[in-house]
Every structure is written in C-alpha cells, then in structure tokens.
Write a protein that binds this ligand. Structure first.
Ligand SMILES: [Zn+2]
Length: 180
C-alpha cells in the first residue's frame, strides 16, 4: 500500500528530525539563562538573580555600617549585552569578557563593583567580608568581579574574617549610668 508506506516514511522522518534537534541542544543545566521571573531590580537599576540580590543587599548594608559604599557597575547581562561586550573585548577594547553563554552575569549571579584596585579599602573590606554573604572572586585578574556562589563559599571560622585573620571581638555596648 504505497499511501500507508508514504505516511510511515514521513512519520519516521519527523521522528529523526526531532531526535536530531534534541541531541544537538545542550543539557538544560548548562544553559546560562536567568529566568526573567527570578531577576529583581536593585535600587541602582542593575538586575540580579533574586537570591544574589538579597545577599548583596545584606552585604551592602553591613559594608555601609563599616563606612564602605558598594557600587555595582554591572549585574545581570542579557545574551545580547554579553555578546556586545565580548565583541568589544575581541577587538581589543574594554575589559576581558566571557564568551556569550559562559558568563555568570547572564545568570544574574555575578556583580562588577567599583573597587578602586586590589589595595583599596573597598577591596580590603570585600576580601575580608564577602564570603559571609556567599560572594567570592572567580577571576584572579579582576578584583571588581564577584560571584554569588553560596554552595562553595564557606563562611569564616568563628573569630576570623574571610582571609582567616583573627578579628577583634565586638566591644560590649556602653551602658550610660542614669544620673537621676
Ligand atoms: Zn564581571
């Protein structure tokens, strides 16, 4: 029956094409997409994954208590933004940028901060404290690039900072005697 044979051949072709398409796609876990619903916008306008945003805001508040202001210059990047930065980098302009699809900026988990160099007070504060909020450095040559990686970022031991240095215990609160 030629008609039936044709129908089966077409079905087989569709199956093969679908199989090819599935086999060619990278596994879901390797796709660096941040779902739009998981992104939140911070007061400065940059977007981050909501977990990273919450952790960053806690870190920002604590830094401010210590007199350090954290300022983001880049948070979440769309694939198009990452591609543009990568193209600039390839042409010899701008900072090193990861290949599109390879950057944690595209997951909303990386922030670039104004640090003013690896010897600045801001950098010193981050190096000593960021691990307590799940942030770590991942690119040796980029002191401004910090990533929210709570699963592999251990908090410091009690009485130490993120660099393993002993920290002075908090002084007890001063209680003023009431003269009356
Ligand atoms: Zn970065």
């Amino acid at each position: 029956m030629p008609l039936s044979l044709l129908r089966w051949s077409l079905l087989l072709l569709v199956c093969l094409l679908t199989w090819d398409a599935l086999a060619a796609a990278p596994p879901p876990s390797r796709r660096p997409k941040a779902k739009a619903s998981k992104l939140v916008r911070l007061p400065g306008g940059h977007r981050l994954h909501r977990d990273a945003a919450l952790a960053f805001q806690r870190m920002e508040r604590e830094a401010e208590v210590d007199g350090v202001r954290l300022h983001i210059t880049s948070g979440y990047r769309s694939p198009r933004e990452q591609r543009a930065l990568y193209e600039q980098y390839r042409k010899g302009h701008g900072n090193r940028a990861a290949r599109p699809g390879r950057s944690n900026h595209q997951r909303g988990l990386a922030v670039d901060l104004v640090v003013g160099g690896a010897t600045s007070p801001r950098f010193a504060w981050l190096a000593a404290n960021a691990c307590r909020f799940g942030f770590r450095r991942t690119v040796r040559s980029e002191p401004w690039h910090w990533e929210y990686r709570p699963r592999i970022t251990l908090p410091p031991l009690p009485g130490e900072d993120c660099l393993g240095r002993r920290v002075a215990p908090e002084p007890p609160p001063v209680v003023k005697n009431d003269p009356s």
